[in-house]
Design a protein around this ligand. Structure first.
Ligand code: IPD
Ligand code: CA
Ligand code: CA
Length: 287
């Protein structure tokens, strides 16, 4: 039987058949994602500082930093023996990505959208055991939608089981992607070529601005697939698991399994049926 946990807006049913360590971590991750998501929502239009990180279009706000701090403090208090990897405390060359029992946190995935008041951003929290995501939570505070999954147990949206689409042809499929912060690279030209090819062979592409939400939109059937180059582990750790548990497939663009301890990750997520057709289209488009 499902149990419920505190949610700022509604009681959220969680699966009741999980081992205690996973059940406790899932309840904690859902609770803090929703709580901090509601804090983020309370700050729309009240951002006091916007800074640049890797480039002028890679933004971080005071709300990202505060959200990161709140999630980190909560998880550290609840699970002091777990490693904590958060986007805003991550230090290149210092933070180890391959550790046992680690939380991987993106406090706001979709900062550019958030900073502009465009309602498509999320809180993403995953828990990994030896590099494998065991549970993932993606919370959309704009729509009060909480997506979560536990490896081997399924995926849910506010308590309802998730399932990917059954679309069998690329021509009838809808995709999302994202664009890199850096546009002066050879990879960027390649990415534009892929966009052109996909536009010519599908119902279209959406660029919405949160990789974590794009992934869970694949999981719940609002999209048939999503791909993006050079993402970070915290962008995809939770969402990729949710796709897999909803019956979909994830890999890189060559069909090779993802490694969450890679610093930069290129991801393809789909309903499974379109996975190989998309890989073939991608390679043909670049030939
Ligand atoms: C970004 C979002 C965006 C993707 C970028 C990410 P951030 O995360 O996921 O959709 O295109 O590559 O960096 O910076 O808003 O946490
Ligand atoms: Ca992100
Ligand atoms: Ca972020």
């Amino acid at each position: 039987m499902p149990t419920t946990t505190a949610h700022s807006s509604a009681a959220l049913p969680l699966p009741g058949h999980l081992p205690p360590d996973l059940a406790g971590r899932l309840a904690a991750a859902v609770a803090i994602a929703c709580e901090v998501g509601d804090y983020i929502q309370s700050q729309v239009g009240q951002v006091v500082s916007v800074e640049s990180k890797s480039s002028v279009v890679d933004l971080v706000t005071n709300v990202d930093k505060e959200a990161d701090k709140r999630i980190g403090t909560y998880l550290r208090n609840q699970f002091p023996d777990d490693t904590l990897i958060t986007e805003e405390t991550f230090q290149e060359g210092v933070t180890a990505l391959s550790t046992e029992r680690a939380w991987v946190v993106d406090p706001i995935d979709g900062t550019t959208s958030f900073a502009h008041g465009f309602p498509y951003y999320s809180v993403s929290i995953a828990w990994l055991d030896e590099g494998v995501a065991k549970l993932g939570v993606v919370y959309d505070p704009c729509r009060n939608e909480c997506f979560y999954a536990v490896r081997g147990s399924g995926a849910w949206l506010n308590g309802q089981p998730l399932c990917v689409t059954k679309t069998t042809t690329l021509q009838a499929s809808l995709w999302a992607t994202g664009f890199p912060y850096s546009t002066d690279t050879a990879t960027f030209e390649e990415q534009m070529q892929v966009v052109k090819t996909v536009l010519q062979h599908t119902h279209g592409i959406r660029r919405l601005g949160s990789a974590a939400l794009d992934l869970v939109y694949v999981a719940c059937g609002r999209l048939d697939g999503f791909w993006e180059y050079t993402l970070s582990p915290w962008d995809i750790a939770a969402g990729a698991l949710i796709v897999e548990e909803a019956g979909g497939q994830t890999s890189n663009l060559d069909g090779v399994a993802l490694r969450l301890d890679d610093r930069l990750i290129t991801i393809l997520a789909s309903n499974g049926l379109l996975h190989q057709p998309f890989i073939t289209l991608y390679h043909n488009g670049l030939a």
